[in-house]
Write a protein that binds this ligand. Structure first.
Ligand SMILES: Nc1ncnc2c1ncn2[C@@H]1O[C@H](COP(=O)(O)OP(=O)(O)OP(=O)(O)O)[C@@H](O)[C@H]1O
Ligand SMILES: [Mg+2]
Length: 356
């Protein structure tokens, strides 16, 4: 159970006198003491509205004129696309699989580029479009820190909440009641590997977690494209997510790579419950395929059952080139439908696993 996230519209003293448990409650399974309203002085017969976030739902309580209204909103799923190994297809999957997921399942999807190399952003935005975002401060950096002039070795902190994801993001695609947005990346995230002040970094992490948590009320799915290797920003992504999507290449090193990631996650005591793993085989050659590594993965005693049945083959359409900016399945070529059909099988499988 999550903690109470917000409480507003109540005079300060009302919090302690009238609804003590409501304010300190750790989750909705604890009783909320709203019954002794008559005991309160008239001055605090105020309207009360607060929200409790569980892992999957946002529960709102609204007390007004003696009546309590409760409503329940399903929170978006948060997926970190992660593998500590580089070049396995994290960015490719974040862009091209999620583009079809939004359209096929008709979902509100937010992509967050959390890699300082910001390849996802470069895949989807032209340089000119990106520069506009940088200039206006509408990048993922605003989810970590407020705008400031602090040095590269320091972080700016504030008590103010981060901007809403929808105000930072750029809309890439839009259908009625479904859209695909991107919070562009920022090279300035590299600074977090230069800073060793844990207290300051913790403030950055809390701000990012609040940013993602708020985004879950706006979007059905939040997808975080992670950097390879383990770093402070990897930890931010692991703390924020409810699911992991792990692309792997079917090669000699893939099993060990997933084992190392699972072990790393296991040794992070603050992350509880752990996000659920889904493993996607990416880059299956169309000829001369050696099924050995795939078989080993599928038979693995710990995560064999988490390997998706559907795989992503090598496709020239998915290969990043400097000549094309945008989604692979939107390229005006005939074989894009073949690729779209293959990706849609993955989309349906992910939709089921993630309850979308
Ligand atoms: N299924 C595929 N078919 C063809 N090319 C692919 C496929 N998957 C990935 N690629 C290409 O492989 C390269 C690496 O992929 P990608 O950038 O998605 O990996 P990554 O895991 O995000 O890398 P990094 O760890 O550097 O962030 C890119 O040039 C991409 O276009
Ligand atoms: Mg990448």
């Amino acid at each position: 159970m999550g903690a109470c996230t917000r409480s507003f519209g109540v005079p300060q003293d009302a919090k302690s006198k009238l609804w003590p448990q409501a304010v300190v409650c750790e989750g909705i399974d604890q009783p909320l003491n709203v019954s002794d309203r008559r005991a309160a002085p008239a001055s605090i017969q105020a309207e009360l509205h607060f929200e409790c976030a569980t892992r999957t739902d946002l529960i709102s309580f609204h007390l007004r004129n003696g009546g309590l209204r409760m409503s329940n909103k399903k929170l978006g799923v948060v997926v970190s696309v992660i593998n500590l190994k580089g070049g396995v297809g994290k960015t490719t999957v974040s862009a091209h699989v999620m583009r079809l997921l939004y359209r096929t399942l008709r979902k509100k999807v937010l992509l967050i580029d959390l890699d300082p190399q910001f390849n996802l952003t470069q895949t989807l935005l032209t340089r000119k479009e990106y520069e506009k975002h940088r200039t206006s401060g509408s990048t993922v950096f605003a989810a970590m820190e407020p705008a400031s002039k602090v040095s590269l070795f320091d972080v700016a902190t504030t008590t103010q909440k981060p901007p809403a994801a929808s105000t930072l993001a750029t809309r890439l695609r839009n259908l009625s009641n479904a859209w695909l947005d991107l919070v562009p990346g920022d090279f300035d995230l590299v600074k977090y590997s230069l800073i060793s002040d844990h207290a300051k970094l913790d403030k950055v992490r809390q701000r990012f977690l609040r940013f993602v948590s708020d985004a879950r009320a706006e979007y059905d799915l939040v997808v975080i494209d992670c950097n390879p290797s383990s770093s402070f920003i990897t930890l931010c992504a692991l703390h924020a997510c409810t699911q992991l999507l792990v692309p792997v290449r079917p090669d000699k090193y893939s099993v060990l790579g997933v084992e190392l990631l699972a072990d790393f996650l296991e040794r992070l005591p603050d992350i509880d419950p752990k996000p659920k793993i889904s493993i996607l085989l990416n880059g299956i050659p169309t000829s001369r395929y050696d099924p050995g590594p795939e078989n080993e993965l599928r038979q693995h005693k710990t995560f064999g059952t988490e390997v998706l049945a559907n795989r992503l083959r090598v496709s020239a359409l998915l290969t990043a080139t400097s000549a094309y900016t945008g989604f692979a399945t939107d390229k005006p070529v005939a074989n894009r439908h073949v690729l779209a059909t293959e990706i849609n099988l993955i989309v349906h499988e992910l939709g089921q696993r993630w309850g979308l």
